[in-house]
Design a protein around this ligand. Structure first.
Ligand SMILES: C[S@@+](CC[C@H](N)C(=O)[O-])C[C@H]1O[C@@H](n2cnc3c(N)ncnc32)[C@H](O)[C@@H]1O
Length: 236
């Protein structure tokens, strides 16, 4: 792939270690967009459950979960069990209380970074939001390959991330992350042998923020299925 974009994993972890375990904290001071974000995510998830071959609703995985915002509002209402990956200890500890009454449906809470994580079970849905910008391109691809290999039948990987409009990778020195252009995401999905079956852009976010894309990805089953990608971009 194309290098590490200057990403430093230690610097990202140090940044998050100083952030309070609140919705506003995990959203970098943009806590007020959480409700709209959850609304868009729920519409996207419902569209996936309406597919001809929808994912089952047994087990989901929330990756780079912070305090479990997506787990609580998007995943736990629809899945029997939700597992979590999150490297920051204080965020992990905050999850059960933040999740509240549905905490009994929490599964394994892995205190790990995505670049080191190797799932050892099958998931119906793997949700990655506002976290893949912390990974180098190489680790992004190898992590997605591991996710792909741990999908249950009809399983789907969801990616919800900021996307640049400049067509370039833009670096944030403060938390050592990058924001990628659409073409870079597509290149990395292809390298991981994943294809998009659905793509939407989050609506009703305030002006001035990066566009936020939601991608639903499934394995490419043969060499020609990438070219025949049947992409549904109808708004959710
Ligand atoms: C912007 S917050 C998003 C949290 C959550 N996905 C949400 O939308 O509420 C980014 C999260 O990614 C975590 N993170 C940073 N680098 C990571 C890495 N290499 N692997 C896994 N998680 C990481 C941080 O600790 C933080 O919880």
């Amino acid at each position: 792939m194309s290098g590490n974009n200057g990403i430093c994993y230690e610097k990202s972890l140090e940044y998050w270690a100083d952030v309070p375990p609140t919705v506003d904290g995990v959203l970098g001071g943009f806590g007020y967009i959480s409700q709209e974000d959850i609304h868009g995510s729920l519409l996207f998830l419902k569209a996936l459950f309406s597919l001809e071959h929808p994912p089952a609703s047994r087990t989901a995985l929330d990756c780079g979960a912070g305090i479990g915002r997506i787990t609580k509002y998007v995943l736990l209402p629809y899945f029997g069990t939700v597992d979590i990956i999150e490297p920051d200890e204080k965020f992990i500890k905050a999850i059960p209380e933040f999740v509240g009454e549905n905490r009994t449906k929490l599964g394994s809470l892995y205190r790990e970074s995505l670049q080191e994580f190797s799932p050892d079970k099958k998931y119906d849905l793997i949700w990655n939001q506002w976290v893949l910008g912390y990974l180098t391109d190489d680790d992004f691809v190898s992590y997605l390959v591991r996710c792909k290999n741990s999908l249950a039948e009809n399983g789907v990987i969801v990616i919800k991330e900021n996307v640049t409009s400049s067509g370039k990778v833009e670096k944030d020195e403060v938390d050592s992350s990058v924001t990628r252009p659409l073409k870079q995401f597509l290149k990395l999905f292809k390298a991981a042998k994943l294809k998009r079956i659905k793509q939407s852009i989050q609506t009703n976010f305030p002006n001035g923020l990066y566009p936020v894309y939601m991608f639903a990805l499934v394995p490419i089953t043969n060499d020609t299925s990438y070219e025949k990608e049947m992409l549904d971009t109808t708004p959710v």
